[in-house]
Design a protein around this ligand. Structure first.
Ligand code: NAD
Ligand code: UFG
Length: 338
């Protein structure tokens, strides 16, 4: 298939590009590089041994998207492009609604006019909000707190309405839990700008000596060791999940579905720190600090639907997630020290 990856130069998109190309698909990346670097393209070529086609553009540029869909005879779109910083979305909600919601509407209009009707959308577990029960299945009520989370839910609602209006669409919204880890080559991985907000890249920067110590946001939660529990999933497993989703939408008559992509296992902050220390053979100094506003005690997936429908389940262990994060950190972080 000819597959367009919006946001394909970013963290999850670049790993998915590798998996798709290795399966023999033609991948066309469409990215405005607002949160990624062009150097990822050379790295993808090194990993796959293939030339990467990349369009430098914004999904809100509808005529460029249309031209791209037509010129490359695109069969399906994997839509990763979006802004994703929870805190920033409260400071500048308009930027999030414009980029994520208006950007998606523009993309959908371009797709509709070119009769490209297969779409896999990057949604998030954040659409569930505060868990009413665990593990979280797809029937769990949705009630996101941040503007970022609201953009994801609004997009899901738009996609659902679109599919109701025209049952020839094949749309999958994948609700990711906490993606971590990196490709085994150590050539691509998560490379956040500035000080990381998320746990794993923060730990990596402490392990590499760029940051002094980790702040653990609260050890008085109602969890086994008091620290926050999340469902960390290896980014390569997530990438495989997209391949399974593409296969599924091509073979079933469902116009719109949502699905969790998680492991089903909860891991606490302290457990992750201990595993990382072991895998990297590095001490991770930490201090316990106050809870972070908006954080929840625990969040992990019921991943059964993905297995029942698509035969997909995560394979990689937390140790592999830590090891691969460290391997990537130790090859990529030198520039932060310089
Ligand atoms: P990322 O920031 O690394 O990648 C997103 C890519 O989209 C970047 O390369 C960025 O330059 C590009 N982009 C952003 N806006 C664009 C626009 N208007 N036009 C063209 N390109 C644009 O993020 P990621 O971690 O790879 O996440 C991919 C998707 O998955 C996002 O939609 C995100 O919200 C979602 N998601 C991520 C996580 C996570 O923890 N990483 C969890 C759940 C959902
Ligand atoms: N944490 C710390 N110290 C840090 C960073 C995080 O103790 O420096 C803790 C948090 O309190 C939480 C856990 O580590 O208990 C995980 O925090 P992350 O920031 O890594 O991840 P979140 O679960 O808060 O959120 C992430 C993404 C969201 C996404 C959600 C579900 O940031 O965009 O996963 O996919 F919606």
């Amino acid at each position: 298939m000819n597959i367009l990856l919006t946001g394909g130069a970013g963290y999850i998109g670049s790993h998915t590009a590798v998996v798709l190309m290795q399966e023999g698909h033609e991948v066309i990346i469409f990215d405005n590089f607002s949160n990624s670097k062009r150097s990822v393209l050379n790295r993808l070529e090194k990993i796959t041994g293939k030339l990467i086609v990349c369009i430098d553009g914004d999904i809100r540029n509808r005529s460029l998207v249309k031209q791209t869909l037509q010129y490359y005879k695109i069969d399906a779109v994997l839509h990763f492009a979006g802004l994703k910083a929870v805190g920033e979305s409260s400071e500048d909600p308009l930027a999030y609604y414009d980029n994520n919601v208006a950007g998606t509407i523009s993309l959908l209009m371009a797709m509709k006019s070119c009769s490209v009707k297969i779409l896999i959308f990057s949604s998030s577990a954040t659409v569930y909000g505060v868990p009413h029960y665990l593990p979280i299945d797809e029937k769990h009520p949705t009630d996101p707190e941040s503007p970022y989370g609201k953009t994801k839910l609004q997009i899901e609602q738009i996609l659902s309405d679109l599919a109701k209006s025209d049952s020839s669409w094949r749309i999958f919204a994948l609700r990711y839990f906490n993606p971590v880890g990196a490709h085994e080559s150590g050539l691509i991985g998560e490379d956040p700008n500035g000080t990381p907000n998320n746990l794993m890249p923060y730990i990596s920067q402490v392990a590499y000596g760029i940051l002094d110590k980790l702040k653990i946001y609260g050890n008085d939660y109602d969890t086994p060791d008091g620290t926050g529990v999340r469902d960390y999933i290896h980014v390569m497993d997530l990438a495989e999940g997209h391949l399974a989703a593409l296969d599924y939408v091509g073979n079933h008559n469902e116009a719109f579905s949502v699905m969790n992509l998680g492991t089903g296992n909860g891991c606490s902050v302290l457990e992750l720190v201990n595993l990382y220390e072991y895998e990297a053979s590095k001490k991770i100094p930490y201090e316990i600090s106050a809870r972070r506003t908006g954080d929840i005690a625990a969040c992990y997936a019921n991943p059964e639907m993905a297995f029942l429908k698509m035969g997909w389940k995560s394979k990689k262990t937390l140790r592999e997630m830590c090891f691969d994060s460290w391997r990537w950190a130790s090859t990529s972080l030198q520039k932060h020290k310089d």
